[in-house]
Design a protein around this ligand. Sequence first.
Ligand SMILES: Cc1ncc(COP(=O)(O)O)c(C=O)c1O
Length: 370
Amino acid sequence: MTNQEPPKKRITQVDLFLDAEELEKVERSVMDRWLTEGPNAAKLAELIRDYTKTKHVVFAPNGTLGLFLGLLGLDLPRGSEILIPAFTFYGSAMSAVFAGLKPVFVDCYPDTYNIDVEDLERKITPATRAIMPVHIYGQMCDIERVMDVANRHGLAVIEDAAQAFGVHFNGKHAGTFGNVGVFSFFSDKSITMGEGSALFTQDDALFERLKLLRNQGRPNSGTFIHPEHGMNFRITDLQAGMGLVQFGKLDRIRSRRNELWRLYASELAGVGDIKLMQVHPSSDVIPFRVAFTTAHKADLEAFMREENIETRGFFYPMHLQPKLKSDPPVSLPVSEKLSETGLCLPVHHHISDDDARRVAATIRTFFANR
Ligand SMILES: Cc1ncc(COP(=O)(O)O)c(C=O)c1O
């Protein structure tokens, strides 16, 4: 017999807030024999329109394809430049590449991690046609200033709001500022359908075009005459049923994640060299990650792993990605530094206050031992 302590409970980075309600809804679709996009999707679109005040909603199979569909809808000239923050998920940049555009990367602010509007304006050239601002980690970028730049230079805007469902800037919902806004409902997003995406637009003509593009170039299914080119970007009603239940949980998700955020912030105040992400004063937040920077990232990450706590690093910047880096290389120092120093703590519905306190106490122990 040894006196070894039992392993500590594992605290995972991501967990799903699912229960019998989602299961019942999916079962209902099966029993009703309605699997492809149908009544659940129509109801979900209606609820989303009412809640976000967007004029139009269409769905897509995931956020990456949602961005791709949005760019096809904007019909930008092939080879034209689109400005994208370097600090984002790979899917943002890939949607542009596959739409035949040239991504040009922009640095971000060190405190909010969102697109640096001065750098954005500096990167505009005669070939620039669009901007893809990204709303990072559950808050919005300074979208009003981005829109001001876009309007002054005549550029289209596609908001990558993959991580920002339920989030507002000066009271206006993410994804309703640009020509088109795109959300993700992937498993780690605040509300999820497993995979899935919603596109918002306020523009009637663009809405009509998106509907054709996503449904094989025809206004309705069941006809074999296709007036336009189009693909299949439909979702299933199984997904949409799950989305309906998740949408009903949004307020609980928002308040719990904000409680956890505040708890972490008070427990970690003044600890080591930790700097928590700051939120722009005009944005509200549904924390997608509790993100911070420290010069001791690698050691802290290893220490947390030994304590059975999962952390996650930040994005690797787009301008350094093997298939995206330019020759000569560009330098975007803030995005690079964030990638080197950033770490995320778990924030989801199965983290109790005690779990969050244990995470914070582990971080305090790490710094106390240095
Ligand atoms: C900022 C951002 N853009 C795009 C995507 C792509 O969304 P999806 O995973 O649904 O394709 C993600 C997903 O994590 C994201 O975080």
